[in-house]
Ligand binder design. Structure first.
Ligand code: NAG
Length: 395
């Protein structure tokens, strides 16, 4: 709509220029006097002759940069501007009378504007733009207004798949006080536009964007959606990999003989570094108690395995020093013998190996191997599961 108008104005301008002399400052002065003084322009009057019809305003959004997406406060901060245009029936003129002058600029405070504001904003409602911003007016009465702003909008972020998540955030522009019968908002021909600066956000990639206009009983609004994907590398390098490494260290507790005095010291040290690391990590995780990120569950499972390791080691260090006068419990004997024979004993061999002596120390060594593999498999499965969920979550 705008484009064709602008083009036709442009065509007229070229034609006028070719035949008549170009506009001078006197023409501009005369035009401003004509528009704002002679016709007594009043910016309180809705710029349409038939006051029972709404003024239609087209809105487009130009995104310069995604500054921040904050999980804690659930907000998105963007830099950009909206481009709003509408027809002001009291601001048109015949450019031939002004030596082909077909466009002027005036400060935004001089003309009527729809009271558009960010409906899902985070800060108090304020007039968009500022008085130094000029609106562009063409001879057929179209007014173009481009308020540049840092928009802070509310955005419900779902942390479930953190740090492999995708999020959608909206910017909703509404007409605040005026009724739908007064002003109607529509998405302009370009909808939402991304500038080159887009790629420079360190944490997020913009995947796609869309725009739509909505009309609810009394409200008219234009919604611009930005869909983005988190870049997970930082979290993977600084949280996930260290946790996996610590878990591996933890499992290797079972490679230290149970009667070695160092063992309890080692396992407690690993547990403590886990706990210290968790306090650092929790600062990077989304703070929400509504939805638990899968990664938090993963960390809890690893901490659980660490705690189990400490407990098992403590109990083992008690049994390993038990006197061999006391017979070894039968299930532990069986376990030890199975471990020794490597292959499943058949019925004949079973008779022979039961003769072998099992003491508490070798029983504990067999337990060590059992727990080593048990926790190793647990670590492998949980890590695999979390990676699979993340990889295939197209949330
Ligand atoms: C003004 O617009 C309304 C609604 O479109 C229409 O019914 C009415 O006839 C119009 N009045 C004039 C004077 O054109």
């Amino acid at each position: 709509m705008w484009c064709t108008t602008r083009l036709s104005s442009f065509a007229i301008w070229i034609f006028v220029c070719g035949t008549v002399k170009s506009a001078t400052d006197t023409d501009v002065r005369n035009l401003l006097t004509e528009l704002f003084t002679t016709r007594s322009y009043d910016k309180l009057v809705r710029p349409i002759i038939n006051q029972s019809e709404p003024v239609v305003a087209w809105v487009e959004y130009f995104l310069y940069g995604l500054n921040d997406v904050n999980e804690v406060e659930q907000k998105m901060t963007t830099t950009g501007y909206i481009e709003v245009y509408w027809k002001d029936e009291f601001l048109s003129w015949d450019s031939n009378l002004y030596d082909g002058l077909w466009n002027i600029y005036v400060p935004q405070g001089k003309v009527w504007k729809p009271d558009i504001s960010l409906g899902n904003g985070f800060k108090d409602l304020k007039e968009l733009g500022s008085d130094f911003i000029q609106v562009y007016i063409t001879s057929d009465g179209y007014v173009l207004w481009k308020p540049f702003q840092i928009f802070q909008s509310k955005c419900n972020l779902d942390p479930t798949y953190f740090p492999f998540d995708k999020q959608t955030c909206n910017l909703e522009f509404v007409v605040w006080s005026l009724d739908i019968d007064d002003v109607m908002l529509l998405v302009g021909s370009d909808g939402i536009n991304m500038m080159e600066a887009m790629e420079s956000n360190g944490q997020w990639d913009v995947v796609s964007s869309s725009s739509s206009d909505e009309t609810e009983s009394f409200e008219t609004k234009v919604i611009f959606s930005i869909r983005m994907k988190r870049k997970p590398l930082f979290i993977v390098m600084n949280i996930i990999i260290p946790i996996i490494l610590l878990s591996i260290l933890n499992i290797f507790t079972f490679q230290i003989p149970a009667d070695c005095g160092e063992r309890m010291g080692y396992t407690i040290t690993v547990w403590l570094s886990f706990a210290v690391f968790l306090t650092i990590v929790s600062a990077s995780l989304p703070k929400s108690s509504d939805t638990t990120p899968i990664i938090s569950i993963y960390i809890m499972v690893q901490l659980g395995i660490g705690t189990a390791t400490v407990l098992v080691s403590a109990v083992q260090s008690r049994f390993v020093s038990r006197s061999d006068d006391k017979p070894v419990t039968s299930w532990l004997q069986r376990l030890t013998l199975i471990g020794r024979s490597k292959v499943k004993p058949n019925a004949v061999e079973k008779v022979n190996i039961v003769e072998e002596k099992v003491n508490w120390k070798s029983g504990m060594a067999a337990l060590d191997i059992l727990f080593f593999w048990l926790f190793f498999i647990l670590l492998a499965i949980t890590t695999f599961v979390i990676l699979m969920i993340s990889a295939f979550s197209n949330n």
